[in-house]
Design a binder for this molecule. Sequence first.
Ligand code: SAM
Ligand code: SF4
Length: 476
Amino acid sequence: MKFTPEKYRIEDISGKPFIDPDEIWEYLNHAQPTMERVMHIIDRSLNKNRLSLEEVAILIKADDPAMVDAIKEGARKLKEMVYGQRIVLFAPLYVGNSCINNCKYCGFKASNRQAVRRTLTQEELIENVKALEDEGQKRLILVYGEHPSYTPEYIASTVRTVYQVKKGNGEIRRVNINAAPMDVEGFRTIKQAGIGTYQIFQETYHPEAYTWYHQSGRKKDYAYRLVSLDRAQEAGIDDVGIGALLGLYDWRFEVMALVRHTSHLEACFNVGPHTISFPRVQDASDYQIDERYKVSDEEFVRLIAILRLAVPYTGMILTAREPSFIRDEVLQFGCSQIDGGTRLELGAYAEEDRKKLQNLNLEQFLINDSRSLNEVINELIQKDYIPSFCTACYRKGRTGEHFMEFSVPGFIKRFCTPNALLTLAEYLCDYAPAPTREKGWKLIQKQLDGMEESTGKKALEERMERIRQGERDLYF
Ligand code: SAM
Ligand code: SF4
C-alpha cells in the first residue's frame, strides 16, 4: 500500500489542519497568567486531566519566579502521585548511519563527507547486542539513518536478530525503533517483527522552519512526517513516541505543538503517545546552534515541568545528551525513562570494535554524559529511585500501560513497582559490582519493608527468592 495524501491530510477529525502556527501563536500571545489561574490549571492536571492548548500557553507564559516554582512543585507532586520512584533504563543502538537526507543539524547528513558511513553487519550487530547484554541492558532503541537499503524488511530483520541474541542470562526483551517514516505496509512489516515503541521526532513543528532545515531528501516533506504516526496506527502500531528537537525553533511553539499532536492522536485513535522526547540539539559537523532559539538550562527544566503537567499520562524520555545535573533535577518532575551507558559511535558497544573505531568520525553529535550503566544505576539507587528494566506490560499484551498506571488505582503497586524490583534484582545478581549490589539489595529490602502484608507482597517475596536461586524473567 502506498501513501495516499488525500487520506492522511494533516487534519484531524474536526477537519482543521492539526498544526496551525497562527492558532498556536494566538494562544501564546493572548495568554495572561495570574497566580490564581496557574494554580487552577495545576489542580486540573493533578486531577489527571490533559491540559488544553490555552492552559498550556498560560503555563508557558508564567515566567514569574513564584509561578515557575508552583509549576515545578505541581509537576513534582504529579510525578510522586502517578509514577512513584521507578526510572526505566534503556540504551540506544545505532545500526547504520547511511543517509540520503540533509538535515542541517545532523552529523549523518548526506553532505557530510567526513562522516564514515557504516552499517553494522549481522555479526557486528550480534557482537554489540552481546556487549549490551553483558552490561545488563534489557531494552534497546535501534536507530537508523534514512537510506534505500534500510527497508522495512531490513529493519524488521535487525529487530529479529536482536531478540534472538542471548548471552548467559542476558537477553533483550523489548526493541523499540527510531527510523524514517514508512508507508502503512512498511509499518506492518516492522510491527510483525515485534517492535515495542515506534518513535519519530517531528524535529520542529513549525512548517517554515522545518522547510529551512530539511531542504532535500525524502525528509523534506513536512506533512508526510507529521502524519507518519497516523499510518503507524493504521498498521496496528498503537505504541508510538513523539518528540521535538529543541533549539531549531522557539521552544514555546514546540511545546504547544507537542500537546496539539497528542490531542490529534487521542482524537483520531483514542490513544495518545506512549512517550514524549524533547532532546536539545547539540553542535554537530557543519552546524552550530541558532542562538535565537537556544534553550537555556532554566527554560529546559521549566518546559519539562510544563509538559509533565500538560500530558500527565505519558512517559517522558530524557537522554544522555543532557548533563547529569539536569537529569537529576528533571527526574523529580516525572521523566520516567533515561538511557544509561550510551555510546553514539556506531558499533562502539563491542570491545573489539571500540579499538577499531577510535578517531573515526562516526558520531551523530557529541553527548554530555559518559557514565556507564552501572554508574547511572548506582546514582539512581543512591537517590532512592528504583532502576527498572521492566517489559512486562508489553509482553503480557497490556498495551496502553501508561494509561493504566495513570488511571487504574493500585496498578503501580500491583505491577510496576514489583516488576521494577524483580528486574533490579536480576541486574544485581548478574551484572552489578559488589558496592552497587549491596546498595541495591538494601533498596529492595526497604521497599519490601514498606509494603503492607498482602498476598501480592508474598508473591513478590517468593519470586525474589526464586531470582536469588537463579531463575530469571519473572514478572506480574
Ligand atoms: N533518520 C531518522 C530520522 O531522522 O528520523 C532516525 C534517526 S535520527 C539519527 C534520530 C534523531 O536524532 C532525529 O530525529 C533528531 O531529532 C536527532 N538528532 C539529529 N541531529 C541531532 C543533533 N545535532 N543533536 C541532537 N539530536 C539530533
Ligand atoms: Fe539522516 Fe535522520 Fe540525521 Fe536527518 S536526522 S540526516 S534523516 S540520520
